[in-house]
Design a protein around this ligand. Sequence first.
Ligand SMILES: Cc1ncc(COP(=O)(O)O)c(C=O)c1O
Length: 477
Amino acid sequence: MTVATETDRLDQLIAEQEAVFLERQPRSRKLLERASGSLAGGVTSSWQIAKPQAVWISHGAGSKVWDADGNRYVDLHGGYGVMLVGHANPSIVDAVRAQVTRGSHFAQPTELAIDVAEELVRRFGLPLWRFGNSGTEATMDAIHLMRAITGRDLIVKVEGCYHGHHDSVQVSVYPELDEVGPPERPASVPASSGIPSAVTDLVVVVPYNDLDALERALDEHRGEVAGMILEPVMMNAGIIPPLPGYLDGIRELTRRHGALLAFDEVKTGLTVGPGGATRLYGVTPDLVCLAKAMGGGVAAAAIGGSQEVMDHITRGDYEQVGTFNGNPLALAAARAALYEVLTPATYERLDRLRALMAAGCQRVLGATGLAAHAVTVGAKGCVTFSAEPVRNFRQFAAIDDRYSHLHWLYQHNGGVFLPPWGKAEQWLLSAQHTEDDVAPFVANFETFASTLTGGRVTGGPVVPASPMDAGGRDGRR
Ligand SMILES: Cc1ncc(COP(=O)(O)O)c(C=O)c1O
């Protein structure tokens, strides 16, 4: 089938699969109608809205979730990358149950905080930590610290990286291609209404994987840049790995310009390996931001920093605060996740599953000729619907969204739950997934790809590993 007829079929197949989707979830439709009377938009976060309708969840267990209509799914959504421990993991359930009977909140430090911080020191190699409740809080503290320490106002941010919903990072997150400006000097585009231009003007935007552009930006704003924040592996644009030497280059350039460096590891931390991208790629920033998987399924976040950076908190030059910081329920779950669930054996198992997912995708793509490739790193992976590897936001943004939406629908209707926001998101495996969970994903992918291309899958040999495995330096993971 030619590309023209393939793209023509996308709309027709999307309409068919959306009809199947709605038919399978009549109770969810009723819940959405009821919710619209009391919840703005009928959901609790705007990114829970999906086409053709939000998925209403009843419960989860192990690697599975059930929707409000009783349909069971292999869960590869993982609550937007949180559920690395899997659902209702016995270690987490026991830890939270034990803690809630001893009191759920004191706003005073508990011994749990030391246990969790000590393990984060071991894993990420940064000596001092503080806790918060969300990724947004973690990156907000990182930005505040970089400005407080340097006395400078400008922040360098990568086009297409998402760091939460506070003002300073709500810039050029998913800008329209007609407003982004020249590739080597991207415009600073507010990510939503409500972001003052005075704040946007303080954010210098650079393309990912481009050290020349970064050097130029730092030279142009010599002595004005407080620091740079980035996702070391871009994970709000599918998965875009750093090119060899990119993270080292950033480390060197920021140091040379007296600017600090923050890795936003809200998505990568713990999921790409035990010590996040920091350990995977062997580049240590001044600050690391964690959230999502760190809490073992409960809301928790952390910032870790060098002695020099965190001394500003110790001395009280910057007050890192929050009523729920170090909440004992969250830290009981985090401690169980770190010490009992996310063990070396778990990471080995996750790596085996990662390779199976990648090989399954590659076999189907080889057999159908669909122009796409799988990108995997640790427990995370995605199918990118372009023949060529994607290196930055603009290449990613140019990909036709309909492919990932149709893929999502085929997976969903076939009992596998991927994150609803199509091409921007990626799958998450968990400590409770097994090979039996990989099989339905690959089968659905095969149905999707062969239906779309009109070809027949011949069941060719499984190739061992994806060439787009984004494993770290020297293949270390
Ligand atoms: C890389 C990254 N940083 C920060 C955040 C914000 O985290 P939260 O939604 O917990 O505020 C997200 C959320 O998706 C993220 O992907």
